[in-house]
Design a protein. Structure first.
Length: 486
């Protein structure tokens, strides 16, 4: 039923674009020479179309340079094949409306950006210019080091509180920051887009913030930072009813992530038949660390190829006194391989080598003392690890599990725990955990056990197989109760 409703929404949004009246960009004297700054002309065209009942502003072959523009209700930007909307490299050509961006939309409905053309943010030059101006005192410098400064580096797209949004078929590339952020939007489709966002640090592929009824399908994403990232910035708001299906993601951070920012929460999220490859951190990261909730999540069908960590589930307390929850997580049909080397080696912006020395980390489910991750089911896993874990690299003895830090207030990444005394699966502070039909393989001898459970209560392990040279024991438990192995 859930997927049927989303399909109906896709058809509705596509029908809006089909029925729209077309206006050629040239009619508004918008120049395609790549050097004329068209900001005022494009904005005039958008305003005109909006006042005259809506329609499509169509860009044909050419390069259209612009600063910030603001979409209005019932207006589509249609980029035909060969059309390139170019972001200015001058930071003073950009507006800040909640966030700094090339294309803004705020409190509008029935807005689309479609076609087989391209939007190029020219992000590397723009980011360097933004930072140079900040260093010279010409732009307010809110953040103090060059790698971040998200507040002064423009995104390509920022939509806030919009209804009926359609982003389809485009090539989106080279943002100076996160590529596209949609905040508190409803009824949205992002389909068949190509993302190439590796021009600078902190360059996410798709960011969804406190949105409802969202379809993210058939996209190909290459990002320097998180590929598809769901966030919750505000208490009282949350991400709800979101389908992430049939996407291919490569990143030097996390492939598909819920959280870091999680002040409200996440509910009814489905990620189906996605592929993550050459990714530095986690293929799937589910994080509830800012006082919100994360519940009713389904991950079904994942190919994780050459990725540093397969799955990371994490409760935290980054805001003292703000307790987070994580409940009812089902993850199934996973095929994965974890490399011994750095999976994003050779990309322009690699993930930083950190939290060393440590051996290769396993799947991690990590709650907090007295604050449990609950009702998690893992089914049909086939994971190949490199093994080769050595006491001479790092070592945590099984009678020293209390030495592993809790890190409740820290930034949530699997590597922050450093050495984990399991090579396959590590579970800590969790209740009602079920593993079924799980195959784990270590290519080389590893001093660690396949599975370690610490402060876990009510867990069932059924049809668990493992391959590791010289290892006969599957599981070690500590401070745990009602652990059943079949």
């Amino acid at each position: 039923m859930y997927k049927k409703v989303l399909v109906i929404m896709v058809i509705f949004l596509q029908s809006i674009a089909v029925s729209a009246k077309d206006y050629k960009a040239s009619f508004f004297h918008i120049k395609s020479d790549g050097t004329t700054l068209n900001t005022r002309s494009i904005q005039f065209a958008i305003d005109y179309i909006n006042k005259n009942g809506g329609g499509r502003l169509v860009f044909y072959v050419g390069r259209y340079l612009t600063g910030s523009i603001h979409l209005k209700s019932n207006v589509t930007l249609q980029l035909e094949e060969g059309a390139v909307l170019l972001g200015s490299t001058n930071p003073f050509d950009y507006d800040r409306n909640g966030q700094t961006a090339l294309i803004h939309a705020r409190d509008v409905e029935n807005v689309s950006i479609t076609g087989k053309g391209m939007i190029d943010g020219q992000g590397r030059a723009l980011a360097n210019n933004s930072i140079a101006y900040a260093n010279d005192g010409l732009i307010e410098d809110i953040l103090k080091y060059d790698r971040t400064r998200e507040s002064i580096r423009p995104m390509v797209i920022y939509f806030f509180n919009c209804v009926n949004v359609n982003i389809k078929d485009l090539i989106l590339q080279n943002s100076a920051c996160w590529l596209q952020t949609y905040e508190r939007c409803k009824n949205m489709v992002i389909d068949h887009i190509t993302v190439n966002n590796v021009a600078f640090w902190n360059s996410d592929g798709i960011d969804i913030v406190d949105c409802e009824n969202v379809v993210i399908t058939n996209n190909n994403i290459d990002a320097a930072d998180d590929g598809i990232c769901l966030k919750s910035h505000t208490e009282g708001f949350f991400c709800n009813n979101i389908l992430i299906e049939n996407n291919i993601v490569r990143t030097s951070a996390n492939g598909i992530k819920l959280g870091t920012a999680g002040k409200g929460g996440f509910r009814n999220i489905k990620a189906i038949n996605n592929t993550v490859y050459n990714t530095y951190r986690s293929a799937i990261a589910l994080q509830s660390v800012d006082g919100g909730f994360l519940e009713d999540i389904l991950i079904d069908g994942l190919k994780s190829i050459n990725t540093g960590n397969v799955i990371f589930l994490r409760l935290g307390e980054r805001i003292p006194g703000k307790k987070s929850t994580m409940n009812r997580i089902a993850i199934k049909n996973i095929e994965a391989d974890v490399p011994l080397g750095k999976p994003d080696a050779g990309y322009d912006y690699e993930g930083p080598i950190e939290d060393m020395p440590r051996n290769i980390s396993p799947i991690i489910i990590a709650g907090l003392p007295g604050q449990y991750i609950e009702d998690v089911t893992f089914t049909n896993f086939n994971i190949s690890y490199p093994g080769a874990g050595s006491k001479f690299v790092a070592y945590v003895a099984l009678d020293k599990l209390d030495s592993i830090p809790e890190l409740a207030g820290g930034y949530p990444e699997f590597s922050k725990f450093k050495e984990i005394p399991a090579w396959g699966i590590y579970v800590r502070h969790a209740k009602n955990i079920n593993f079924s039909n799980i195959n784990l393989k270590a290519e080389k001898k590893d001093y660690r056990l396949p599975v370690v459970m610490d402060d876990v209560h009510v867990a069932h392990l059924k049809k668990i197989t493992f391959e590791q040279i010289g290892q006969k024991q599957l599981l070690h438990t500590y401070k745990s109760t009602d652990i059943v192995v079949q």
